[in-house]
Write a protein that binds this ligand. Structure first.
Ligand code: AQP
Length: 324
């Protein structure tokens, strides 16, 4: 039997090249080796306010982008988190074994809480719901970008605590980071991770950006004031652009760009990104031209995962004494 993989993306904005290089590309590469479940985590997205009509459209857009990025619905299961009630139910059961201190320590909580005037409970509880997403499928491998490593560690802590309180119930999941592209930084500020929810037109390269827009954003990306690429002392902006280019086109290396003037280097990076995204964008247009196809993919995914989720919820409730 193949080991099970679980991962997800929030439909909380326009998916960007960081989501692609840190997650989707890696999923497409490993999917054939595992029983893969890829989830549109809409319950996570609502931890910050989402316009309802836009959220509904983003859920479908995200699903279409999964397929356009190479997730094969014949090989992998694609589903929407809120259509499987067990995620929220298991999250509550796990909340009850999670010490509050563990959640206050999460870096993403600190960053997101600092950005809000009123901090919703969902932002604090986010990692417990993420633990439920993973543990409900007894997934043994979770491919994510580096920013999610701390949440994965917490998932293991919660599983371990549950198992020691109530007996062996959950499989311990392992993190799977991509070798390149695990942490893509913002083009406007290479000290901040590229993020869907960040403001600023020049921050992220959206997967559906027009090639001209991509070119413009990269040409304007923040760098240091050196004249040319020096592999021995690369500033954060240049290092980030090189990481993006290398992940899009592995023939680009430190050695091949050494000595290039920044303008020429950025043109090379833009060309690599545009070439990498061109087939993805084409496939996206094909998929969205047939809404019935996407609906069928999501229905099939849901039907496959529902009994697995239900089985884990029942097992968990039973272990806790929630049965008569
Ligand atoms: N900058 C990044 N570099 C590499 N990987 C990244 N990921 C996100 N940003 C980068 C990876 O993409 C997957 C899905 O992320 P998510 O949507 O669940 O949440 P996130 O990590 O919070 O992503 P964003 O883009 O920053 O969204 P918002 O702004 O809505 O919070 C994960 O595997 C993540 O590691």
């Amino acid at each position: 039997m193949k080991a099970r993989v679980l991962s997800g993306v929030q439909p909380s904005g326009q998916l960007h090249i960081g989501n692609y290089l840190g997650a989707l590309k890696n999923w497409a590469e490993i999917q054939s080796r595992y029983e893969s479940i890829f989830c549109i985590v809409d319950l996570h997205a609502i931890t910050t306010y989402q316009n309802p009509a836009e959220l509904s459209a983003k859920i479908k857009e995200t699903a279409a982008l999964f397929i356009a990025a190479g997730i094969d619905p014949e090989q992998s299961w694609i589903m929407v988190q809120s259509t499987v009630p067990g995620h929220a139910e298991l999250a509550w059961l796990l909340t009850c074994v999670t010490p509050l201190g563990w959640l206050y320590r999460m870096t993403q909580f600190k960053v997101k809480a600092a950005q809000q005037e009123t901090v919703g409970d969902g932002i604090l509880q986010y990692p417990v719901l993420m633990a439920a997403d993973i543990l409900i499928y007894q997934a043994s491998i979770v491919p994510v970008g580096e920013d999610q490593s701390q949440h994965l560690e917490l998932t293991r802590d919660i599983a371990q605590r549950f198992n020691s309180l109530y007996g062996e119930t959950f499989v311990m999941p392992a993190t799977h980071l991509p070798s390149v592209g695990a942490r893509i930084m913002g083009l406007d500020d290479p000290t901040q991770k590229m993020s869907k929810s960040a403001k600023g037109a020049g921050h992220a390269i959206a997967l559906l950006d027009d090639p001209k827009v991509i070119q413009k954003k990269i040409m304007r990306a923040t760098t240091d004031s050196e004249p040319a690429v020096d592999p021995a002392k690369m500033g954060a902006g240049i290092a980030n652009l090189l990481a993006i280019a290398q992940a899009c086109d592995p023939s680009i290396t430190k050695e091949t760009v050494a000595g290039m003037r920044y303008g020429d280097f950025k043109k090379l990076v833009a060309a690599a990104v545009i070439a990498r995204l061109e087939p993805l964008q084409r496939r996206y247009r094909e998929i969205t031209a047939d809404p019935g196809y996407l609906e069928a993919v999501l229905k099939r995914g849901r039907e496959h995962v529902l009994p697995i989720a239900e089985d884990t919820v029942q097992k968990t409730k039973h272990a806790m004494g929630l049965h008569i």
